[in-house]
Design a protein around this ligand. Structure first.
Ligand SMILES: Cc1cc2nc3c(=O)[nH]c(=O)nc-3n(C[C@H](O)[C@H](O)[C@H](O)COP(=O)(O)OP(=O)(O)OC[C@H]3O[C@@H](n4cnc5c(N)ncnc54)[C@H](O)[C@@H]3O)c2cc1C
Length: 433
């Protein structure tokens, strides 16, 4: 038996990265390896800012090698785990690679769902990754550039209409960010009238932000409307195509860009793991975050179904699939792994949410912090201060602070990245000869 345990953490998101940072400090007890398919953690709550072009994409990610300290980082995609022989199988830049472990932590999150509405997979955009955010940002700029060249008024109006489906946190933030972006960049497109650019937010319930008290949902709605976003409540999208969204009450919205912020699905890796119990696609955990029925395995974050033991009696309450919970679970799990190594008892996961916040565009937000409801500029400031504090490394914090301060006084960046390589230009030149 080795004197140090090898802990393999699968997934470098909010949960996996936080856990790695804590465990790597206990080098006398553990060798820690973090395996993740991307080389960075994505700060998803800030993706709407990328869509709205108020921050550069590289500033909402944190490179894992910068933050994991003494732990080993391997960029690789895990495709199987042999729990009986304690071996993880992953594909890396070098090819397929087995990795033996003493304890494994599953923290591989979930994926966006693209099949909730007919036509969604083919015609709508989802917002989950930095690639999604950059694609939407570029598309917005491309649509405005295209309007300038169009003479057909019906087509101009469709190209200038951006529909966001889903009135939860990311839908509200995305709609507000797109409106801010359109208002900010319109100046550079003199042949596009401000009235030709519209944002509509669709939500199937009667108030926005159902996770927050209704008063804050209504405050968010008022802010968005004041900014020019058209908010349609109690309205569901029934079908999406390239140029329209059909609604449940029979009307159709004519639009060339539809963004869906609804629905997630489990990561395919969860289904591929033999022997684990899953409910609603999530891995069933015991009270101390160990995977039910599997020796030496733990799970945290969006991929795990975890009971919150905050209230010892009453209906079981489950941990929310949010970054805040993923980080809280990482802290409890680190304490439990240490307790196990020291032959001490582990403890159940119990966490009281500190609050929730959303931005609604134009320096406004809504927040519930420690039970206190806030809206407007103060809520927006708290949101920004909180996410800035969560960013690892001083340099990154400073970068974002400077960009945000800049964005308060200057127009958004309208650089439209195309990543065209020289040989593609040469090929295009030849085709035009
Ligand atoms: C647009 C948007 C806005 C959001 N806003 C908020 C908010 O305001 N507040 C909040 O608390 N939460 C918010 N969330 C939710 C929050 O981002 C998630 O709850 C959180 O990221 C979950 O953390 P995690 O560690 O479980 O998973 P993730 O952060 O999703 O990380 C999973 C990691 O696993 C890796 N991975 C996946 N599969 C494999 C594999 N097979 N092999 C190796 N690695 C793999 C991924 O690359 C990723 O690094 C938002 C989410 C989105 C999409």
């Amino acid at each position: 038996m080795r004197d140090k345990q090898h802990i393999v953490i699968v997934g470098g998101g909010f949960g996996g990265a936080a856990l790695t940072r804590i465990l790597q400090k206990h080098g006398q007890l553990f060798d820690v390896t973090l395996l993740s398919e991307e080389s960075y953690t994505t700060f998803s709550p800030m993706l709407a800012e990328v869509v709205g072009a108020t921050v550069f994409p590289e500033h909402v990610i944190a490179p894992l090698r910068e933050t994991v300290g003494k732990a080993r980082f391997i960029m690789g995609r895990v495709f199987g785990i042999d729990f009986a022989n304690k071996r993880v199988h992953c594909s890396t830049l070098k090819g397929d690679m087995p990795l033996d472990y003493d304890q494994v932590v599953l923290a591989f999150g979930n994926r966006a769902r693209v099949d909730m509405i007919p036509g969604m997979a083919e015609h709508a955009l989802v917002l989950k990754t930095i690639g999604d955010a950059m694609h939407i940002r570029n598309l917005i700029l491309r649509q405005i550039a295209r309007i300038e060249l169009e003479t057909d008024t019906a087509l101009r109006s469709r190209l200038g209409h951006f529909v966001v489906i889903g009135g939860g946190f990311s839908g509200v933030e995305t709609a507000g960010a797109i409106m801010d972006c359109l208002r900010g960049v319109n100046h550079y497109y003199p042949r596009v009238a401000a009235s030709e650019l519209k944002v509509t937010l669709l939500h199937n319930l009667d108030t926005l932000l159902p996770e927050l008290p209704p008063a804050l949902g209504r405050a968010a709605e008022r802010s968005l409307i004041a900014r020019g976003v058209s908010v349609m409540l109690k309205t569901s999208a029934m079908e999406i195509d390239a140029m329209s969204v059909r609604l449940d009450h029979g009307a159709t919205l004519e639009c060339a860009t539809t963004i869906c912020t609804i629905g997630t699905q489990s990561n395919a890796l969860a289904a591929r793991l033999v022997g684990i119990r899953r409910e609603r696609g999530r891995i069933v955990c015991d009270a101390d975050l160990s995977v039910n029925g599997i020796n030496g395995a733990w799970a945290i974050g969006d991929c795990a179904l975890i009971q919150n033991h905050r209230q010892p009696t009453g209906e079981p309450e489950y941990a929310a699939p949010t970054a805040q919970f993923a980080v809280a679970e990482a802290h409890r799990l680190a304490a439990n792994i240490l307790a196990r190594a020291r032959n001490q008892p582990t403890q159940a996961f119990a966490y009281r949410s500190r609050g929730m916040m959303a931005t609604v565009g134009h320096l406004k937000g809504v927040a519930q912090v420690f039970g206190l409801n806030m809206s407007g500029f103060i809520a927006w400031l708290i949101w920004r201060a909180y996410y800035l504090s969560q960013m690892p490394t001083f340099g990154r914090k400073l970068h974002i602070w400077v960009e945000w301060s800049w964005g308060m006084f200057f127009r958004p960046d309208i650089t439209h990245f195309r990543f065209t390589r020289s040989h593609e230009f040469l090929q295009q030149d030849e085709e035009k000869q």
